[in-house]
Ligand binder design. Structure first.
Ligand code: CIR
Length: 252
């Protein structure tokens, strides 16, 4: 059960952030509107929000998920793997310090929270262009010392591990076919995401709801069939900057 979330409003420099999507320049006003709707959805899921002011020095700073990994008992401050984002984690550390026991990923480690997925007592660490071996090893040591099971998974062709795999709870896993053959996931009930709905692999279970991006009917239907209540959100302006649903908040 989550009770809180950290979010950060998009900055006026948002359109200068990192992207590979080729979907065009985001509309800043619309991004703000979509962000407001995202915040309302989190509140509907029962979360109390900590809303941070925009930081124009970091155009990607609304994607707060990449700056930390949180469990119910402690947090790990990440070390963003793209130099342009290094430093975003400092403000998040300040906010979390009074709330949770914290560890930090140190140089030469790099790690983006978007590469880390928790499924009950298991953590999966994606080794991507953002999360290197040192970052992964540092995180694995912290987690195993705290009695979690840890698995590392190579990520190819996708930005982050959670771009392609997300745990919904109750043993249900949304999974892009890229990862389907992996033995590590064989015990899960897999909802395999079609190629044309890849963006919906990043759907987010929060308490009684699953939040899913609007416009992906097959994924929506298969989540609904499992009995989850759904909130659909329009995320076009975040998709343009390679951002998904989960990356817009840190839940704990
Ligand atoms: C980036 O490239 O870092 C941002 N434009 C998007 C980050 C998305 N984060 C995530 O999926 N966890």
């Amino acid at each position: 059960m989550f009770t809180k979330a950290i979010v950060r409003k998009p900055a006026r420099t948002y359109a200068n952030g990192i992207t590979t999507s080729n979907l065009g320049k985001p509309d800043f006003k619309l991004a703000l509107k979509q962000h407001d709707a995202y915040c309302e959805a989190l509140i509907k899921c029962g979360l109390k929000l900590i809303v941070l002011d925009p930081d124009p020095e970091y155009p990607d700073s609304c994607f707060v998920e990449d700056t930390a990994v949180l469990t119910k008992d402690f947090g790990i401050i990440a070390r963003p793997g793209d130099k342009r984002r290094l430093g975003e984690e400092l403000e998040i550390k300040k906010v979390l310090e009074p709330l949770l026991k914290l560890y930090s990923i140190e140089d030469p480690g790099s790690l983006d929270g978007g590469d880390i997925m928790q499924a009950e007592n298991n953590f999966y660490i994606g080794l991507s262009t953002r999360t290197n071996l040192s970052g992964s090893k540092q995180l694995a040591d912290i987690l195993t010392n705290n009695n979690y099971e840890v698995y590392s998974i190579p990520v190819c062709n996708l930005l982050h591990f959670k771009t392609g795999v997300n745990y919904l709870g109750d043993n249900n896993l949304l999974i892009h076919k890229e990862f389907c053959s992996k033995d590590d996931f064989k015990s899960y009930n897999k909802l395999v995401i079609d190629d044309d709905e890849e963006y919906a692999a990043n759907s987010l279970r929060i308490n009684d709801f699953v939040i899913t991006p609007k416009g992906f009917p097959k994924t929506k239907e298969s989540i609904e069939k499992l009995g989850y209540k759904i909130i659909e959100l329009e995320l076009s302006e975040f998709q343009k900057m390679d951002g998904g649903l989960s990356c817009l908040s840190l839940r704990f």
